[in-house]
Design a protein around this ligand. Structure first.
Ligand SMILES: Cc1cc2nc3c(=O)[nH]c(=O)nc-3n(C[C@H](O)[C@H](O)[C@H](O)COP(=O)(O)OP(=O)(O)OC[C@H]3O[C@@H](n4cnc5c(N)ncnc54)[C@H](O)[C@@H]3O)c2cc1C
Length: 523
């Protein structure tokens, strides 16, 4: 009741935020949860208004219902949202966002919640808008190789729908059996076969988006190269900070005539990495080139028994295309691998064998639970040619810190996924694991790479954005964000390195008076 009047509530919020960032008190207030409890639920009349828009069963506000939404696949952070709404149409999304806009309530879009950087982590004063119920495939157009889907459609279901006509949807994150197309668009997700076919952005042709003020806009379309700014390109990979995608037009691809999957065992990951560069330098464009180290092989074997050869570095190479071309490429790849020190090579002989090879690779993250109580999944990119030296450095850092690091990664793209293993029960190990994974990301940047290849920045890596970008770069990104979302309601606090202090205006960063006086800090 106390917080019903929106102008008053805003004022209270603003004051509380100032209080919150004052460094002496911030941690204490946060820890005892007073601030959170004061703002926990939405006022009854707002809940009623949201129910009138989406239906009674589509507004969750009981604490036990909200728990499911406290985090995504990045479980280091947890925040209970004030409510979760589950719209089923663009009109309903519009209605919900108009209420949020009027009441200045921040919102976090959510697909399937498999994100690994905390992108769908709720914000403490906001609601979650889950797109899980917008899960219809609206149109399949084989003549133009296009499919129009709602954002909650599961990635693998797109292929499932078109496979009968020998088509598939190419971007294949390892989570593809559970993650949503909306989440893929927001993260510009990749996968093993993106080496040849390209990331999500290559396969999205058009978007219907509800902007944070409730306006519906159409970006891109079914045809190529629309005039004007490439706003669709801006939206793909924007991690929910520019509004909500409510319809997605996707490109589908015809299945190749033949697929061959080669397993090559090497003594070390560095040997396997060296082979990757040589295969690509020979002009062979494999559809996938993945590497797993001994720990990753051990975990995958324990979980799904893919029967991989025992070795220090396993290279999976998939080649697809016309039979005559692929046969020659397989022989050439085998020759290169032999030259680079492969100790054993196997071709998957049947679809079942190929399926098992990929099952092992795609289960590798989750399989880590078999060999360690806890692990941090990292995601960085390096120029492919630096793979051998970077892998040696990761090995050295692992020995130095005494923490095991398993490696399973998209080698062809230079997209590393070091999995730092630790035991939370041992005092100090989580902090050490975090420090090691941050060091690995710094190494990626030092080598000319990136702090993320496909998992996004989200909450997890926002502080690292300043390691990679200069202030003018960040300011330009902020201006783009403000053009879509001047009130910063859509997934605020994510992606950028600092939360803006109260009194900040959207746009270029201007230090707050408290910050200038040394009372508050930027973090
Ligand atoms: C075991 C495992 C393996 C994985 N493997 C890969 C991999 O190989 N490659 C890869 O790229 N990722 C991988 N991921 C990460 C994750 O699956 C992807 O980032 C995926 O795209 C997230 O989709 P989601 O539906 O779960 O989105 P969520 O986690 O719900 O959300 C992700 C982000 O998208 C935003 N969002 C969601 N829907 C919308 C929408 N409709 N409009 C606007 N913003 C929206 C959210 O706000 C959030 O910022 C893996 C995750 C797991 C758990």
């Amino acid at each position: 009741m106390f917080f019903v009047a929106s102008a008053f509530r805003r004022k209270v919020w603003v004051s509380l935020r100032v209080f919150f960032v004052a460094s002496a008190f911030r941690r204490k207030v946060w820890d005892c949860g007073l601030l959170y409890r004061a703002m926990a639920t939405l006022p009854a009349q707002l809940l009623d208004e949201l129910r009138a828009i989406v239906g009674r069963d589509a507004v969750l506000f009981h604490p036990e219902d909200l728990r499911t939404y406290e985090s995504d696949g990045w479980t280091a952070g947890r925040t209970t949202p004030r409510a979760v709404v589950l719209p089923t149409s663009t009109g309903q999304v519009q209605g919900v966002l108009r209420v949020c806009h009027r009441e200045r309530i921040p919102f976090v879009p959510r697909g399937a919640g498999t994100g690994l950087s905390g992108g769908a982590l709720p914000v403490y004063d906001g609601i979650v808008v889950s797109l899980a119920r917008m899960n219809r495939i609206l149109e399949v157009d084989f003549a133009n190789a296009r499919v129009v889907v709602e954002p909650g459609v599961i990635n693998l279901d797109v292929t499932g729908r078109v496979a009968g006509r020998e088509y598939f949807y190419a971007p294949d994150p390892s989570s593809q059996s559970v993650c949503s197309i909306g989440g893929n668009v927001a993260e510009n997700s990749g996968g093993a076969h993106c080496l040849k076919y390209g990331f999500t952005t290559t396969h999205v042709l058009g978007l219907e988006v509800v902007l944070p003020d409730g306006t519906v806009v159409h970006l891109g379309g079914k045809t190529l190269d629309a005039p004007g700014y490439d706003l669709m390109g801006v939206f793909v990979g924007s991690e929910g900070t520019l509004g909500l995608a409510t319809k997605v037009t996707l490109r589908i691809v015809k299945r190749p005539e033949c697929v061959q999957t080669l397993l090559a065992a090497f003594p070390t990951v560095s040997h396997a990495s060296d082979a990757v560069s040589s295969v690509i330098a020979a002009g062979i464009l494999a559809s996938a080139m993945e590497i797993m180290d001994a720990l990753a092989i051990q975990a995958a074997e324990a979980a799904v028994h893919p029967n991989y050869p025992e070795c220090g570095g396993l290279l999976l190479v998939e080649l697809d295309g016309p039979i005559a071309e692929v046969d020659g490429q397989v022989r050439q790849t085998e020759d290169i691998c032999r030259e680079k020190g492969a100790t054993e090579m196997r071709l998957a002989r049947t679809d079942v064998e190929r399926g098992l090879v990929w099952k092992g690779r795609k289960a590798a993250f989750a399989a880590m639970g078999r060999i360690a109580p806890n692990y941090i999944v990292q995601d960085g990119v390096i120029p492919r040619t630096t793979l051998p030296e970077v892998m040696r450095e990761v090995e050295r850092l692992s020995a130095e810190t005494g923490l095991k690091v398993a490696n399973v990664f998209h080698a062809g793209d230079g997209n590393l996924h070091p999995l730092v293993l630790y035991d939370r029960r041992i005092p100090g190990q989580y902090a050490a694991a975090e420090a090691l994974s941050t060091r690995i990301l710094e190494l990626c940047v030092e080598k000319g790479g990136s702090i993320t290849g496909e998992h996004g920045v989200g909450e997890e890596k926002k502080l690292m954005m300043a390691t990679m970008f200069a202030e003018p770069d960040l300011q330009t990104m902020q201006r783009v964000r403000c053009a879509f979302d001047p009130l910063r309601l859509s997934n605020p606090t994510k992606v950028f390195p600092r939360p803006r202090l109260c009194g900040d205006r959207p746009g270029e960063y201007a230090p707050h008076a408290l910050e200038q006086a040394g009372v508050a800090e930027r973090f």
